[in-house]
Write a protein of this length. Structure first.
Length: 109
């Protein structure tokens, strides 16, 4: 399963990565928490508010550098982990999406 962030009222153009950001559920929920947004499977936030949150997370201070999350297995569940800096990279992608949004919101589902 995955979560797609897109400009409210617009369909993502899957030929153009600049029109959406798609993440696995666990990474999307971690990103929402990282940006201090409600960790919900669906939601919307104004592009302006999201841009401010993204800018704050992209400041070059220690607390804004996300560590590697190692892979692990629990029974039949496998978490592939993620590299250090992944949340910052995705935050930068969301910031670019807010710049395209103008006065619209950014929704996720």
């Amino acid at each position: 399963m995955s979560v797609t962030f897109q400009i409210e009222g617009q369909r993502p153009d899957h030929e153009d990565d600049a029109t959406f950001v798609n993440l696995a559920n666990s990474n999307a929920f971690d990103l929402l928490a990282w940006l201090a947004l409600p960790v919900e499977p669906c939601g919307v936030v104004s592009a302006r508010e999201l841009a401010a949150r993204c800018h704050r997370r992209l400041w070059d201070v220690d607390r804004n550098h996300d560590p590697e999350r190692p892979a692990h297995e629990e029974g039949n569940f496998t978490d592939c982990g993620r590299r250090a800096g992944y949340l910052r990279e995705r935050t930068a992608e969301l910031l670019r999406l807010t710049e395209r949004a103008g006065g619209a919101g950014i929704q996720w589902s």
